[in-house]
Design a protein around this ligand. Structure first.
Ligand code: FES
Length: 147
């Protein structure tokens, strides 16, 4: 199994690691299969633009690298645009992940959605296309087939 240079680079030098005090939204997602966990914090301004984002990931190299890249991709975007940052987009930006590690990238996507959901609930708004997040990505049975 080989990681791309970009994956290694984001793993060894992750962007946006840390936390935000009094975040506009925060979301935590775990992967029961491997026990890895990611938490995302957003600072969102009145116009709905993500001014800052931080993450904490307790996980494998692919989870850390995708968290780093995903936070880079959503920073400065509107909440609506952030929804479009899928795990596929994150994997592409990292020049791909080994097939058995692709599921790791779901952690970042789901944690971002969970943080957006939290933000929407706190502000009594509806983000079009955002579904209530799962607290564990393996609540989705379809994923099991990948193992
Ligand atoms: Fe758990 Fe990668 S092995 S997220």
């Amino acid at each position: 199994m080989a990681y791309s240079e970009k994956v290694m680079e984001h793993f060894t030098n992750p962007r946006n690691m840390g936390e935000i005090e009094n975040p506009s939204g925060v979301g935590t997602v775990g992967n029961a299969q491997c026990g890895d966990i990611m938490r995302v914090y957003f600072d969102i301004d009145e116009a709905g633009i993500i001014q800052d984002v931080k993450f904490k990931t307790f996980g494998c190299a692919a989870a850390v690298a995708t968290s780093s890249m995903a936070t880079e991709l959503v920073k400065g975007k509107s909440v609506q645009e952030a929804l479009e940052v899928t795990n596929t987009a994150v994997c592409e930006a990292l020049d791909g992940l080994p097939p058995i590690k692709v599921h790791c990238s779901l952690l970042a996507e789901e944690a971002i959605h969970a943080a957006l959901w939290d933000y929407a609930e706190k502000n009594n708004i509806v983000i079009e296309g955002l579904k209530k997040p799962k607290s564990d990505i393996h609540e989705d049975d379809e994923l099991e087939e990948e193992y």
